[in-house]
Ligand binder design. Structure first.
Ligand SMILES: [Zn+2]
Length: 413
């Protein structure tokens, strides 16, 4: 039903506009280039016939597809983000299209010998016979999350062109700065005014997610005392050694590289130090709220015990919550997940329902009063040169959006 070339052209138009966000820039949005895509999208949404198309001062686009039925059914929303990850360059993206993929190695860049191989990325093999869009090996692709934007725009266009498909009011929003954790920060939930929404920001076809980590950051600052090493006995306090003991006091198996599924962790991602002062930067993650609280407590407890033993307050732990598991906000309205599962099955897609080992904008939105599970956008290997997306997965995601609109109208009439 969705034309392959049409959706491919649209996707390529979006990914060739650089929208890399910047974690070090405190302004909003964090990079000026996100406006470039925003302006293109505003024009396109207006052109396809969306109503109330707005772009606010923080670079959030919202638009409405009005209901085409008499009955009042819940207003639902679809959300995707415009920025790409600062982990890898998003400048001069030159997508390559591989038609009728045969399960072979894909040469991304001959000169630099960069190869996308199913020997390493075995997921590729599920897409034999399909059209795969890849990078040229020097940038990321930006299917995260321009595939999501493509699918939402294409679904809205399809619904506008097919008035025989009945649906209630639909709101859409494209946000900036998701990749730097701020995509939901200035999202005006009241203005959006939907009962619930979906982020189109998952990975492979079938993904449907409503559980994510509870997340906190912890900065551990350890003070030492520097004295000439020749005269240091009983006087010097080496913060590096204390840091070493502190690190060793945390459970060694509970780290990202040794955990999976619902297992939480402490992740030491940066350390800097000298005799006088050492700073350890951790992130703490757990799906279970009690275990999450216990993890935070354990860090404080270890610091407390050290300070007691050393008879002075040398270790300071500063913990800040980052986001929470949306599950507690979704379970009371579980029908919003169930209906997606039904739509997927009707579209011959096998739902893959699993906890996210990370967070989404949807988790913050859910806590702002807009329950917001996450649906696949179709891409793989996000945030790097091996990112790719099968066009057929984008088409399926578009069908899922159309299907959800239809199902809500039917269910609530
Ligand atoms: Zn994303």
């Amino acid at each position: 039903m969705i034309e392959k070339k049409h959706i491919t052209d649209r996707f390529i138009k979006y990914v060739t506009i650089n929208t890399e966000s910047d974690p070090d820039n405190p302004s909003f949005p964090s990079s000026e280039n996100q406006w470039d895509l925003a302006k293109v999208l505003v024009k396109e949404l207006t052109d396809i016939g969306m109503e109330d198309v707005t772009l606010d001062e923080n670079c959030y686009i919202m638009a409405t597809l009005p209901s085409n039925i008499e009955n009042k059914v819940p207003t639902i929303g679809f959300v995707a983000h415009m920025d790409t990850s600062p982990d890898f360059s998003g400048k001069n993206v030159k997508p390559q299209i591989v038609e009728n993929y045969q399960g072979n190695d894909i040469i991304l860049n001959e000169e630099k010998n960069i190869i996308l191989s199913p020997d390493y990325f075995e997921d590729l093999l599920q897409y034999k016979g399909q059209t795969i869009i890849t990078t040229n090996g020097t940038t990321l692709l930006g299917a995260d999350d321009k595939a999501g934007i493509t699918e939402i725009v294409t679904a809205m266009e399809y619904l506008i062109q097919h008035p025989e498909i009945k649906h209630g009011k639909i709101r859409i929003c494209f946000t900036p700065d998701e990749e730097v954790g701020k995509g939901a920060h200035k999202f005006d939930v009241n203005k959006f005014d939907a009962e619930w929404a979906y982020t189109m920001d998952g990975s492979q076809i079938g993904e449907l997610e409503y559980e994510n980590f509870n997340a906190a950051s912890a900065i551990v600052t350890i003070s030492g005392k520097i004295v000439h090493p020749g005269y240091a006995k009983g006087k010097m306090i080496n913060s590096l050694h204390i840091a070493n003991e502190f690190i060793a006091s945390l459970p060694p198996e509970e780290v990202p590289e040794k955990t999976t599924d619902y297992e939480g962790f402490f992740h030491l991602h940066n350390m800097k130090g000298s005799v006088e002062k050492t700073v350890l930067e951790y992130i703490i993650r757990d799906h279970d709220l009690d275990l999450f609280e216990q993890r935070k407590y354990l860090m404080q407890r270890i610091a407390f015990d050290f300070n007691e033993k050393l008879e002075q307050d040398l270790i300071e732990v500063d913990i800040k919550n980052q986001y929470f598991n949306m599950k507690e906000k979704i379970v009371p309205v579980m029908h919003i997940v169930d209906l997606v599962e039904e739509v997927m099955k009707e579209a011959k897609i096998t739902p893959i329902i699993k906890p996210i080992r990370g967070g989404t904008d949807g988790s913050q939105l859910s806590f702002k009063g807009l329950p917001c599970p996450n649906i696949f956008a179709g891409g793989h290997n996000f945030h790097g040169r091996f990112e790719y997306v099968p066009v057929e997965s984008m088409i399926k995601a578009t069908e899922v959006i159309v299907g959800i609109a239809q199902k809500v109208a039917k269910k609530f009439t």
